[in-house]
Design a protein around this ligand. Structure first.
Ligand code: SAM
Ligand code: SF4
Length: 427
């Protein structure tokens, strides 16, 4: 979402004739688009600002903080004199950036705008995207769920959705530019709702855009997967058979204090329904370990669910207390750091085995992959692509264009990638 928001910011400032430079040292203004979801993200930002100030020495540079940290920690950021921040803009205030920058140059108080809007969806701003095969497109913003651990409802405000026609206009433009894949984004993307239709209607409309071959979405909430959507996903070949289902915890008391609004049993039956109705669907999840008051026995329940569902991939996080959340007010962060580390390591070991088993089960299968640029070209000698389920597939070097489709046979697997031989191009 922040990557997408940075594309919006680029577009807003380019209209005002700001030029974007590739090297940080050449910039007169540096903006950091920040995340507030875990403490680690904050530490990274503080580190980057200190390094930047140190590298610049006496040479002037304006530094702005954008994104969720801006909303959540505005006062602290300004009060920390070592940071010397010049301006602050929250996720709903990017259209005000040209004004904020102008004011920041002056002598007075440092400007900020962290107002949360009930309406802003940036539907009138076309993001300045980098060329590629995938385009992010935010279809809704904000969240109404108030999971007790989560800062998003406070930093990004209430849910609001763009109209289907507005999204389709943008997707048609993307197809004309050569993008093959779009990933629909939202803090709670499947809660998308507009008078023109719900999330299934939106996905259906996007799949009718000529030139777009693959559609993905992130991040959904398990509460919003109606049968209509599951049937569409099964039947529509353009909608990738990949479902992220954040579980967070496998114990009913913890789920309740997290305010997740489902029980372990409901989650298990949803996962089963997905597997029964969408053959070959790839399931992934998010888990938080060490939520306040989580006992060893309650953590064992999470392990049981992980073993029962056998997700293809699981993203795991140690609970990180966030200022302003319900959990931070109601429950002391009482699971020790050592305990959180022990739990996450145990979960990691178990998931690694499951992921390897799931990946090995693909050996011998024929998949269609979309060729990508490797994210780290030095770490992979082979070419890379992704299959429909979103898994990374490597294959021997050859004359294959980025953005083309290949038919491949899976020959081997590790917990991180599938290895393949190419059978045919442009399948
Ligand atoms: N909206 C999605 C949902 O609730 O199903 C998840 C989006 S959230 C921005 C991404 C993930 O960050 C969450 O699924 C959760 O696992 C993790 N997360 C959020 N707040 C956290 C916290 N305070 N400490 C640790 N992890 C957290
Ligand atoms: Fe945060 Fe997701 Fe819960 Fe919304 S649904 S409060 S984004 S974890």
């Amino acid at each position: 979402m922040n990557e997408y928001d940075s594309e919006l910011v680029r577009s807003i400032l380019r209209k005002e004739n700001y030029e974007f430079v590739s090297k940080e040292q050449d910039a007169d203004i540096v903006m950091l688009n920040t995340c507030a979801i875990r403490e680690k993200a904050h530490q990274k930002v503080y580190g980057r600002v200190h390094n930047l100030r140190h590298d610049r020495g006496d040479k002037p540079v304006l530094i702005g903080i954008l994104g969720c940290m801006a909303t959540n920690l505005r006062q602290e950021i300004f009060e920390d004199r070592s940071l010397k921040i010049d301006f602050i803009a929250g996720p709903d205030s990017y259209k005000r950036l040209p004004d904020l920058i102008r004011e920041a140059v002056g002598e007075g108080e440092k400007p900020y705008d962290v107002t949360l809007s009930e309406f802003e969806t940036y539907s009138d701003v076309t993001p300045s995207r980098k060329d590629g095969i995938n385009a992010w497109i935010a279809v809704m913003r904000g969240c109404n769920n108030f999971c007790t651990f989560c800062v998003v409802p406070y930093t990004r405000g209430r849910e609001r959705s763009r109209s289907i026609s507005n999204v389709i206009e943008e997707v048609e433009g993307l197809a004309a530019q050569g993008f093959k894949q779009v990933t629909l984004l939202g803090q709670n993307v499947n809660s998308y709702r507009h008078e023109e239709g719900d999330f299934a209607d939106l996905m259906d409309a996007v799949s009718r855009v000529k030139g777009i071959e693959r559609i993905r979405f992130t991040s959904p909430h398990p509460k919003d997967f109606p049968d209509k959507f599951i049937a569409l996903m099964r039947d529509n070949p353009k909608i990738c058979k990949q479902m992220h289902m954040p579980l967070q915890a496998g114990n009913n008391r913890i789920l309740d204090v997290m305010n997740r609004t489902y029980t372990k049993e409901e989650f298990l039956s949803l996962a089963q329904k997905m597997r029964d109705r969408i053959p070959g669907v790839i399931l992934s999840t998010d888990i938080i370990v060490g939520f306040p008051t989580e006992t060893d026995d309650e953590f064992e329940d999470t392990i049981k669910v992980i073993k029962e569902v056998e997700f293809d991939v699981a993203f795991m996080f140690k609970y990180s207390e966030r200022k302003g959340t319900i959990a931070s007010k109601k429950f002391p962060d009482d699971v020790t750091e050592a305990k959180k580390t022990e739990r996450i390591m145990r979960l990691n070991e178990i998931q690694k085995e499951i992921t390897l088993k799931k990946n090995k089960a693909h050996i011998g299968e024929v998949h269609t992959i979309l060729v990508e640029n490797p994210t780290n070209p030095r770490s992979l000698r082979d070419k890379v692509g992704r299959n429909d389920g979103g898994k990374l597939v490597t294959f021997p070097e050859g004359d294959y264009e980025v953005g083309s489709f290949l038919k491949v046979r899976i020959t081997d697997a590790t917990p991180h990638v599938l290895k393949a031989e190419v059978l045919a191009t442009n399948s």
